[in-house]
Design a binder for this molecule. Structure first.
Ligand code: TRP
Ligand code: SF4
Length: 331
């Protein structure tokens, strides 16, 4: 039996290029070697966006479409919606009995996010429990590996501590999962700031080739290169950072030289980049358009995924209830 992998994403909107290179491409590759469970973690989205739930349903659909378009294959992976698999919540509530509050207060993202999202009241019980719910997501599948970026390492470490504490109190029930680190090259938005919906500077996986070309044209370059004849400095240029990720490595030194000698102008440089971006995203765009026409099939895929997830997690929960002496009553 292949080891299980679990990973999740919060449905907060359309996915962008950063999600593809920082997560999805790796998720797709893992499908060959693992039993993969990929969760749309809508309860986690609620931990910060509880006050406005108007976009939740649409966001769940968007993320599912983006996943399928990127190559997540429902024949090999289980795609599930967290809130449709109640065992995530049951395990979370049991963990909440045994985990000291200071363990959660110590997780660095807790205070960081409260500061960053100061416009939201994140003094809630649910927000404090965010990493514990994440631990439940992972352990309820007995996943051994969790493909995530660097920013999630503290959450996986907590997950291991939760598993250890449970196993010590009761009996050996959970493996200690490992973070499977995905290198996440820093990808800024088209204006050079952090890529974010609120800045309107994202390149989305669902953008058409036409949109990709238009967005690439507006990218900020070396600000000192005010004229075509002035040589540029690729080291301070966001477009060049993109070349390092999306242009075949053999072609990058040529661009570097062309920029420094002014043989290459910014318009042409961006043209090369946009063609490479289109090569990557056009197949995704086309598959997405195809799936958009087959919404029924999409619903069936998610339903089948949730059904399978319920079966798998119920098996684990039976062991958990037994370990905690909760296996009484008629079922
Ligand atoms: N916290 C993760 C993020 O923000 C999302 C997530 C929720 C997750 N549950 C998970 C990731 C379980 C991996 C495993 O990216
Ligand atoms: Fe940036 Fe390319 Fe212009 Fe150089 S030529 S400044 S790398 S966009």
């Amino acid at each position: 039996m292949r080891d299980r992998v679990f990973s999740g994403m919060r449905p907060t909107g359309k996915l962008h290029l950063g999600h593809l290179i920082g997560a999805l491409n790796n998720w797709v590759a893992l499908q060959d070697s693992y039993q993969c469970f990929y969760g749309i973690v809508d309860w986690h989205a609620l931990t910060t966006d509880y006050a406005d739930v108007s976009m939740l349903r649409a966001n769940v659909t968007e993320i599912a479409l983006d996943w399928l378009a990127s190559g997540i294959d429902p024949a090999r992976s289980t795609l599930l919606i967290q809130s449709r698999v109640p065992a995530h919540a049951e395990l979370h509530v049991l963990f909440s009995m045994i985990i000291p509050v200071p363990w959660l207060e110590r997780v660095p993202s807790y205070k960081e996010q409260q500061q960053q999202l100061a416009d939201k009241d994140l003094s809630t019980y649910g927000f404090l429990g965010y990493p514990l719910l994440q631990a439940a997501d992972i352990l309820v599948y007995r996943a051994k590996s969790v493909p995530v970026g660097e920013d999630q390492v503290a959450h996986i470490e907590l997950t291991r501590e939760v598993a250890r504490r449970f196993n010590n109190f009761y009996r050996e029930t959970f493996p200690e999962p490992q973070a499977m680190l995905t290198p996440t090259p820093r990808l800024l938005g088209t204006d050079g700031r952090k890529m974010s919906k609120s800045y309107n500077n994202c390149i989305y996986l669902s953008d058409s080739p036409k949109e990709i070309r238009a967005k690439t044209r507006t990218m900020i370059t070396d600000p000192a290169r005010t004229h075509r004849s002035i040589p540029g400095n690729p080291d301070v240029c966001n477009v060049f950072d993109y070349h390092k990720i999306f242009t075949p490595a053999g072609k990058v030194p040529e661009i570097d030289r062309g920029c420094r000698t002014a043989a290459l102008g910014c318009v042409d440089c961006k043209g090369i980049l946009s063609e490479n971006l289109v090569l990557l995203t056009q197949p995704i765009y086309e598959r997405r358009v195809g799936w958009e026409k087959r919404r029924d099939e999409l619903d069936d895929i998610l339903e089948a995924g949730c059904n399978r997830a319920r079966v798998v997690t119920e098996e684990v929960m039976q062991d958990v209830r037994e370990a905690m002496n909760l296996n009484y009553g008629k079922r």
